[in-house]
Design a protein around this ligand. Structure first.
Ligand code: RET
Length: 247
């Protein structure tokens, strides 16, 4: 049997990826356009957020074109026996996107809370650990993949602690506006990011849903975590002077 013949996204899956690509492109133009209505000193969050959606737009163009993936043999277990011979389309380009964009999203949030740069860098390092272990796990066929998944989840717990505890308290101490913007965007992030390992578990991890189901699950999450999050963040900054954040 042809190992790569029947694992790809369908025409519908491809159209959905292109739709998300269009949403990301539109958001990039809006975020940059809004930035240009402000003086240069007030554009940090527009640049960071537009960078996120711009990178995502290219990743979604890649996936809509059914590129940026490799075929991985998947094992599954039936009546106590390990069955082999099945393959799954693994989009590694997703992880290249996330390796660039999730540190930018965390920087957006932690700068809003005026967290010191050394702490931001260490949380970003944990984030890179999370994404890279997720990628390595996705590319592994055997159950070792769940070991890498566990490392990634530990990193996510560390990141989430900073969002829901340290940075939330810090933002409240900066100003009422920063506290409110952080509470909105930080809560959305803490909730949404928790759903990514669940998606991974039923897609790359457990091979429970196929390539089109994966497109829908991650696609909805990415629209909420990037353009919707970005719009809320930029809106939240409308009355915040960057100088009060040390920017
Ligand atoms: C992986 C698998 C390993 C364990 C964990 C994961 C979490 C990924 C997250 C991704 C967030 C992506 C975003 C993308 C763009 O908007 C890598 C799936 C914990 C939280 C926000």
């Amino acid at each position: 049997r042809q190992p790569h013949a029947d694992i790809s996204i369908t025409f519908g899956g491809s159209s959905w990826y292109y739709t998300v690509c269009a949403i990301m492109t539109f958001a990039t133009i809006v975020f940059l356009g809004l930035g240009y209505t402000k003086p240069r000193t007030h554009r940090a969050f527009h640049y960071i957020t537009a960078g996120v959606t711009m990178v995502a737009a290219i990743a979604y163009f890649t996936m809509g074109s059914n590129l940026g993936w490799v075929s991985i043999p998947v094992e599954f277990h039936r009546s106590g026996a390990t069955v082999q011979g099945d393959y799954r389309e693994i989009f590694y380009v997703r992880y290249i996107d996330w390796a660039i964009t999730t540190p930018l999203l965390l920087t957006d949030l932690l700068l809003t809370a005026a967290i010191p740069v050394p702490t931001i860098l260490f949380v970003v390092l944990a984030d890179e650990v999370m994404i890279v272990t997720g990628l390595v796990g996705a590319l592994i066929s055997s159950s070792y993949k769940w070991g890498f998944f566990a490392f990634g989840c530990a990193a996510l717990v560390y990141i989430t602690y900073h969002l829901v505890w340290e940075a939330r308290i810090h933002a409240n101490a900066v100003s009422k506006e920063a506290g409110r913007a952080f509470l909105m965007c930080g809560s959305l992030t803490a909730f949404l990011w928790l759903l990514y390992p669940i998606a991974w578990g039923i897609c790359e991890g457990g091979n429970v849903i196929g390539a089109d189901g994966e497109a829908i699950f991650y696609g909805i999450l990415d629209v909420l975590a990037k353009p919707v999050f970005g719009a809320m963040l930029i809106f939240g900054h409308r009355n915040i002077d960057p100088a009060t954040l040390g920017l």
